[in-house]
Structure formats: C-alpha cells, structure tokens
Write a protein that binds this ligand. Structure first.
Ligand SMILES: [Zn+2]
Length: 143
C-alpha cells in the first residue's frame, strides 16, 4: 500500500481560499448528519463555493466539493486549479482523517483536473495540501 504525503500550507492565498470554504460550510443543508462541509474551488477566472446538500434518501446527498465543482463547470469554467475543503464540524482530535474528501469527490477531482491542488482545512486551523492524482492514483477512466 502506498502512503500519500500531505504537506502543510500556510500561505495567504491558501488561507483565503480556506476561509471561503469555511464560510460556505455555514450554508450546508445537513439536517441528518449535522456535519457541515464547505468547499471553494479556484480557477484563473474566479472562485466557486459549495456546501454539502443532504437528502432524506441518504445516497442522493451531494458533497461540498462536488457542489463547488458543479458551480464552476456549469458556469463554463473548467480550469480548476485549487480546491479548499473545510469540515467545520470535524473532531479536532481526529486530525485530518474526518476532513479528507471521499472517494466520489476524488474521482470528480481527477475527471476535471488530475493536477488539482487539494487543500484540506482542519478545525485546528492547519491546512494540508495534496494533488488530486495522489489521492486517487488509479482512477476509473472511460474511453
Ligand atoms: Zn465527497
């Protein structure tokens, strides 16, 4: 099993994008899990935010990352460069594990931008960075 290295980030641009993800998390519709997540995806043309949107039929719920990416893509902006993810209700004692993107979101990252830089904000205000292609080294590819 290969281990993925997460590197710490603390530059102003990373902080700003994470702040936007934290603000977006406050708009989450998460009446079932009570687990608020926000995301902010940056392109050369702007920043698109999203939050998790749950459904009584749990499997239909949408993660914050895919919510933000949907906004970018449906705006015609496919140049995803960096995404910040913030699970503001994650347990600080859990470290980064409760803040990591799920497998479905990893597949979305690789679909649109294998080189996407993924910033993971933790409730202790640490920021970790990793490439999408490192999070999902062998993705499903059609065609
Ligand atoms: Zn997800």
């Amino acid at each position: 099993m290969t281990t993925v290295e997460l590197s710490k980030r603390d530059d102003a641009a990373a902080r700003e994008l994470c702040d936007m993800a934290c603000a977006a998390a406050k708009l989450a519709y998460c009446r079932y899990s009570r687990f608020r997540v926000g995301a902010a995806v940056a392109t050369p043309h702007g920043v698109y935010t999203g939050a998790n949107v749950e459904n009584a039929s749990y499997g239909l719920s949408l993660c914050a990352e895919r919510s933000a990416i949907s906004r970018a893509v449906s705006s015609g902006d496919l140049e995803l460069a960096r995404i910040a993810v913030a699970c503001i209700d994650a347990d600080p004692a859990a470290g980064v594990s409760e803040s990591m993107p799920c497998g479905a979101c990893r597949q979305w990252f690789v679909e649109f931008a294998p080189g996407l830089e993924v910033l993971i904000w933790t409730p202790s205000a640490d920021i970790y960075a990793v490439r999408a292609s490192d999070l999902l080294a062998v993705p499903f590819v059609l065609g």
